[in-house]
Structures are given as C-alpha cells and as structure tokens.
Design a protein around this ligand. Structure first.
Ligand SMILES: C[S@@+](CC[C@H](N)C(=O)[O-])C[C@H]1O[C@@H](n2cnc3c(N)ncnc32)[C@H](O)[C@@H]1O
Length: 250
C-alpha cells in the first residue's frame, strides 16, 4: 500500500542525526583514549542538543499528517474551501480529513517555490493528486494551478480558506495583495485559517536562523496586513514552529 509522501527535505526531519551519530562516536572514542575533560563536555553538549532537537522535530513531523492548530476553524463542518499554496497536499488533507463534509480547491503556482521545497522532476500536480488519493480525499478535491496574488475565481465563491506556510514565502510587498485576493473570493463572514512558519524558541533551538520565513515579521506586522485586507481576527495562537490567525471576512 502506498504511503503519503509530502516531500519536505530529509534534513528537516533527520538532519540532526548526521550530527548526533558522529558526536556519540567521538564520545566513545574519547572515553577509550582519555580525551580532555573539556573536549568531552563540548561533545556531550553537542550530542544532547542534537538528540533533543531531533526528538522535537519528530514530534512536529513535517512529512506526516498535520493537525489543525484550532478546532474553531469551520466548526459548521460544511462548505467549499480554498487551500492557498497547497504544495503536495499536507494542508489540504489536514482540512479534508478534519472536516469530512467539505470540498476543497487545492491551489498552487507549482513554480520555483514548489521545486525549492519539494524538488523538481515528477509533475507537481501528480504528486499532489497522488497524496490526495492515498488520503482517500481526492473525490472532494480539485487542483488549480494559479498565482495566489491573482486568484482565478469569482468574488465570494468560497465559504472558507486555509493557507499553511505559503503566504510567508511571498515577497513582503505582495503579501497584502494575496490577502486581499483571499478576502475577495470569500463570502462575507467566510473564515480564513492562516498558518505561518514561526521562528519560535524551539525552531531557533533546533535550526538557528534556517527557518525564518514570516516569523521574523512578527505578530504586529501580520495583524496590520490582515486588517488592511478586510479581515477581522477572531483567534490567534501558536503551535510548534507555527503562528496562526483565524479570521473572518468582514
Ligand atoms: C512550504 S509550501 C507549503 C505547502 C502546504 N501548504 C503545506 O502545508 O505543506 C509553500 C507553497 O506555496 C506555494 N507558493 C509560493 N508562492 C506562490 C504563489 N505566488 N501562488 C501560489 N502558490 C505559491 C509553493 O509553490 C509551495 O507549494
């Protein structure tokens, strides 16, 4: 039986093992050869850091199925949902599984940013479709190739939208346009769950500056952009390596 393959790079999930293994090996050798106390302390600190970071990253499980950061999104359980920057389907499957009465349009540009995250090669749309099929939700999903800054939909054509770790990949000066487009295609009162990479304490501990994205812009910056686009924030919060906003189109 096939398994889901979201295609995030291996180093995100297992990179710390490449540091842990040599550090443990060196500790063993050091014990045998009686290396200096200070060298052994430094090696121990590296090994403990790599182990702790690895276990935390496994808990986040970027290549596993995602859980919604809040159950307040789409409590009605029904409606047509737009996933903005769907990638290989992790966020689409998150919503379709959690809300089995919904249908969803998985939209992505499938361009350079997709290749940078998931690798070039096999058709991106086929990779997304394959994951939707494996998750058993393809019957409720459609795939659309388009730029999130210029959505190919009529105004007020969706009940809800989700976007995970995608809007924060846009250049700063195009974020407002993408959020305004999301507002345009949502019905009045429609909900939008926006998830962003947060360079929180844990992400800093595990990855240093390697996972910055929108996290560096801070909550106040995002709040301003969200309000300017015509949304009212109804909930905001954090999950591992994530900050999220649940908002309603005014
Ligand atoms: C980090 S991935 C997130 C994928 C998915 N939402 C998830 O949770 O795994 C970011 C996605 O945003 C897409 N993206 C970036 N810029 C875009 C744009 N202007 N229009 C549509 N999609 C875009 C990329 O192609 C990529 O698939």
């Amino acid at each position: 039986m096939s398994t889901l393959d979201f295609g995030y790079p291996c180093w995100l999930s297992y990179g710390h093992l490449a540091i842990l293994a040599p550090a443990l090996g060196a500790l063993l050798i050091g014990r045998k050869l009686n290396w200096s106390k200070w060298l052994m302390i430094v090696l121990s600190v590296i090994a403990v850091w790599a182990m702790t970071a690895f276990l935390g990253v496994r808990a986040f499980d970027v290549n596993g199925q995602a859980a919604m950061p809040t159950q307040n999104f789409l409590r009605s359980g029904v409606g047509r949902v737009l996933d903005i920057g769907a990638g290989t389907g992790r966020s689409s499957i998150m919503v379709l599984k959690a809300r089995p009465q919904t249908t969803l349009v998985a939209l992505d540009l499938f361009g350079k940013s997709f290749d940078a995250h998931f690798g070039a090669g096999k058709s991106p749309q086929e990779r997304l479709l394959s994951n939707l099929k494996i998750a058993g939700v393809d019957g409720r999903a459609a795939i659309v190739t388009a730029d999130m800054s210029k959505l190919p939909f009529e105004a007020a054509s969706f009940d809800a939208a989700v976007s995970a770790y995608a809007v924060d990949h846009l250049p700063r000066d195009t974020v407002g346009q993408a959020l305004s487009e999301a507002a345009r295609v949502l019905k009045p009162g429609g909900e939008f769950l926006l998830m962003l990479v947060s360079n929180d304490r844990y992400a800093k501990f595990a990855f240093g500056p390697m996972l910055t994205h929108g996290g560096t812009r801070g909550t106040a910056w995002w709040t301003g952009k969200i309000k300017d686009a015509g949304f009212q924030i109804v909930e905001e919060g954090t999950a591992p390596a994530t900050m999220y906003f649940l908002m309603r189109r005014t």
